[in-house]
Design a protein around this ligand. Structure first.
Ligand code: FAD
Length: 343
C-alpha cells in the first residue's frame, strides 16, 4: 500500500477528479510511434477515464508523430512540444516540461511504457512533485467507490506478483507498463485533438546526447516478434549459434533470442538477451534450444503462449514451463525441423 503522506505537497497542485484523466508519454523512433506506447495506451484506457497523449521531440520529428497519434484509438487529446532540446528525449530536458504541464492541470495518472527512457523520466517527475511511482505494472484498475488505483506488478524475477494500492489521497499516480501484458491499442479509428505546448528552456543541461547506435536486423524485433527462436550455451560458439538458429528463424519468420550465458560467451549480441536482465518477451511461440531454464531466463519468457524446449537433459528446469518438450540433441533436431518446415 502506498502511503499518501508523501503526497501532501503535490495535493496543492491538482484538483481532485472523480474520473481518471491520464497523461500518456508517447515515445517514437525513426518517424513512428513505439509499439510499447500503444500497449501503455491500452493500460491507461483500462482506468476508464480519458487519456491525453504527449509527444516531445525535435521540430522535424514531432509533426508526423502527432498526425499518427491523433488517429490512435483511445486518445482524446495529443499535446506536443518541439524544441532542439528534446531531440534525444534526455530526462534532464523532458522532466521540467512534464513537471510544468502537470502542475497546471488536473491529471490523475501519468503513464508510459516501461522503457529505458520512461524509466528515467517518470520517476524524476514524480519525485519533483513528491508523489510515488509504480513501475512495470501488469494490470491496472480504478476502484470508482474508493478512488484508489490497484496495480499488479511482478517481483522477485516474476516469482511473485505484488498488488499495489494507490489511494485517492495520492493526487497523481505515475506508472510504467510492462508492454507484454497489454495488447497494442488500435493505430486507427481515433480522432484526437492536437494542442501545442511551449517548450520549457533548461539552461546548462549536465548531459549531452552524442549518438544512438541501433542494431540493424532484417528479422522481426525481438521485443514484439510473434515467434522467437532462442539459443543457449549449448550452441558452442558465435558461428555455430548463427548457422544453427538462423535457418530455423528464417523458415519461421522469427526473431532470434539468447540466454545470458550465450551472450556472455560472445555467441550473440547483448541486444538479443532474454531474461531478468535482458528483454521480456511474450510471443505466440518461444523455442528454447539448449537453454537450461534458469529462473533469470524464465523471468523473460515464461508468459509466452507456446513454449517449445529442446534439451539433452530430461531434468532441465526449462521442461517445467515448456508446453512441448523434446529430450534430444538440438544439433540433430533443428536441421530436421527446418527441412520439415520447409516442406
Ligand atoms: P546453461 O545453464 O549452461 O544450460 C545449457 C543447457 O544446454 C543445459 O541444460 C544442457 O543440458 C543443454 N544442452 C547442452 N548441449 C545440448 C545439445 N547438444 N542439445 C540440447 N541441449 C543441450 N540468464 C538469462 O538467460 N537471462 C538473463 O536476463 C539473466 N539475468 C541474470 C541476472 C542475474 C542477477 C544472475 C545472477 C543471472 C542471470 N542469468 C540470466 C544467468 C542465469 O542464471 C543462467 O546462468 C543462464 O540463463 C544459463 O544460460 P543457458 O541456459 O544458456 O546455459
Amino acid at each position: 500500500r502506498l502511503r499518501p503522506s508523501t503526497a501532501t505537497a503535490a495535493a496543492r497542485f491538482y484538483a481532485s477528479a472523480s474520473s481518471p484523466h491520464t497523461l500518456l508519454f508517447i515515445e517514437h523512433r525513426g518517424g513512428a510511434i513505439e509499439s510499447g506506447s500503444l500497449s501503455a495506451l491500452t493500460a491507461a484506457s483500462q482506468l476508464g477515464g480519458s487519456v491525453t497523449g504527449i509527444v516531445v521531440g525535435a521540430p522535424d520529428e514531432v509533426e508526423p508523430i502527432v498526425e499518427s497519434a491523433k488517429k490512435l484509438k483511445g486518445l482524446s487529446t495529443v499535446l506536443h512540444a518541439s524544441s532542439p532540446l528534446y531531440k534525444a528525449s534526455l530526462p534532464e530536458a523532458v522532466t521540467p516540461l512534464l513537471k510544468q504541464i502537470l502542475e497546471s492541470s488536473s491529471y490523475t495518472h501519468v503513464a508510459a511504457a516501461h522503457t529505458t527512457s520512461a524509466k528515467s523520466i517518470l520517476p524524476r517527475v514524480a519525485a519533483l512533485l513528491d508523489v510515488p511511482a509504480v513501475s512495470d505494472i501488469t494490470s491496472v484498475e480504478h476502484d470508482a467507490s474508493s478512488g484508489a488505483t490497484i496495480f499488479t506488478r511482478p517481483i522477485y524475477a516474476g516469482n511473485a506478483i505484488a498488488t499495489v494500492r494507490a489511494p485517492e489521497s495520492i493526487p497523481l499516480k505515475f506508472f510504467t507498463v510492462r508492454t507484454t501484458a497489454f495488447d497494442a491499442a488500435a493505430a486507427e479509428g481515433g480522432s484526437a485533438e492536437a494542442k501545442a505546448v511551449d517548450a520549457v528552456e533548461v539552461p546548462d543541461i549536465p548531459t549531452e546526447h552524442i549518438k544512438t547506435t541501433i542494431a540493424k536486423s532484417d528479422r522481426p524485433e525481438l521485443g514484439v516478434a510473434s515467434r522467437v527462436v532462442s539459443g543457449g550455451r549449448a550452441l558452442k560458439d558465435a558461428d555455430t549459434f548463427k548457422k544453427t538458429l538462423e535457418p530455423l528463424a528464417d523458415v519461421l519468420g522469427a526473431a532470434i533470442g539468447a540466454s545470458r550465458a550465450a551472450v556472455d560467451a560472445g555467441y550473440a549480441d547483448n541486444s538479443l538477451q532474454v531474461g531478468q536482465t535482458g528483454k521480456v518477451v511474450a510471443p505466440e511461440l518461444y523455442m528454447a534450444l539448449g537453454i537450461s531454464g534458469a529462473i533469470q531466463h524464465l523471468a523473460g519468457m515464461k508468459d509466452s503462449k507456446l513454449i517449445v524446449a529442446v534439451n539433452k537433459d530430461p531434468d532441465a528446469p526449462i521442461f517445467q514451463v515448456a508446453d512441448v518438450g523434446l529430450v534430444a540433441d538440438l544439433f540433430e533436431v533443428v536441421p530436421e525441423l527446418v527441412e520439415k518446415l520447409k516442406k
